[in-house]
Write a protein that binds this ligand. Sequence first.
Ligand code: F0G
Length: 460
Amino acid sequence: METFKTIIEPFRIKSVEPVHLSTPEQRAGYLESAHYNPFLLKSEQVIIDFLTDSGTSAMSSRQWAAIMQADESYAGASSWERFESAIQDLTGMPHVLPTHQGRAAERILYGHLGGKGKYFISNTHFDTTRANIEYSGANAIDIPVQEALDMDSSYPFKGNMDVQQLEKHVAGLGAKNISGVILTVTNNTGGGQPASMKNAREVSAVCRKHGILFILDACRIAENAYFIHEKEAGYTGSSFKSIAQEMCSLADACVMSAKKDALVNMGGFLALRSNELAAACTQLLIITEGYTTYGGLSGRDMEAVAVGLEEVFDPSYLKYRITSTTYLGEHIRKLGVPVVFPIGGHAVYVNARMLYPHIPVHEYPGQALVCELYRKGGIRSVEVGSVMFGKYDADKKLIPAAMDLVRLAIPRRVYTQSHIDYVVEVFEKIIAGKNNTSGYKITWEPEFLRHFTAHFEPVH
Ligand code: F0G
């Protein structure tokens, strides 16, 4: 096939939404009013919103058309049937429980399986996954592969789980105390890095051998399938969907936030093989989400998911999606911006501690970059470092996170190539001004999840 340098979006735009442009002076004022925490900005003060790829997708005309045809019946709606069969087709699992978003599926599953003395093991637990597990009284253990810790290694599957460590934990803790092993694809917290089929197969084999439940967190399974197709031997001839189906076939359960790879603004599900587990989880579903044929969703939400799960495996969509993220990551890397490498599927992660070596960790280099990106270009991103994960010791001294990263998460089908080029240009200004960028101090913070609402002030 002929190849071109320019990435073109494999869609045309039928409906547009204005982006409110602003000047650096206006943004300086907005940022001060938001206490230097971009979570507190109004979305109309933002030019490019890279806060999250979750629930921010643009839906297609086919999805909107399906929405208009939705059946809103309480029980047995035809929209439910379409939703259920799309998920059964993907996962190969007979039981589908609809939920309003991913964490509701997590609450049901981990609430039921968890409890004091129980353990869950994962490549890396996403924060809501860990929170639901710990809330049940159980423990969450992360065992990413060693390669994942080396930011510059070009190892293609840094989302893999360390299988040797898994065996060790099973031997040490006892299989009966391990309620589940969770493979998150792609590994969001670990930089949006993919896990290989080989790894999923090995993890599955360990789980089967010891009778442990193997759970797939499938939020970004289509993006993960793209990487397997491109980088794992034996998959170039397979379709993206068949790769995703094969991965699901290795698991006993699947949780998915449809807000990512199902290309919708709200939704999720839990899919299960076991009749007994499904019966227990269905009880919880009815108590907290809704009746079995809608869970936390309206008929129109279910229609949009059914169509989205088809569209996401379109080869031209996936190629555009991953190529666009890679383009952003590689271009800012060329400018000298330290990024987590290789570039992941849904986001580019910048190492702010390396970008700003003159800003001490207790002055939050990640927050400094988040503020600079907004001030210079109106770009909203999120700190994934010592603001999000830092703790205090007994003397109120900061115990920093392992890394101070900033995540630029790219919404699906929302921004065009020129938006991405604009972001690269903003990074040129970030690099030019990097030595004059100063750190931040926290002036107010809540007890839990402080990154959402904390107030900051520049140090100098
Ligand atoms: N699992 C993973 C891997 C996720 O990335 C998320 C959400 C969830 C579960 C929870 O799903 O939000 O529908 O309840 N990630 C979003 C993000 C919030 O910005 O990365 P949810």
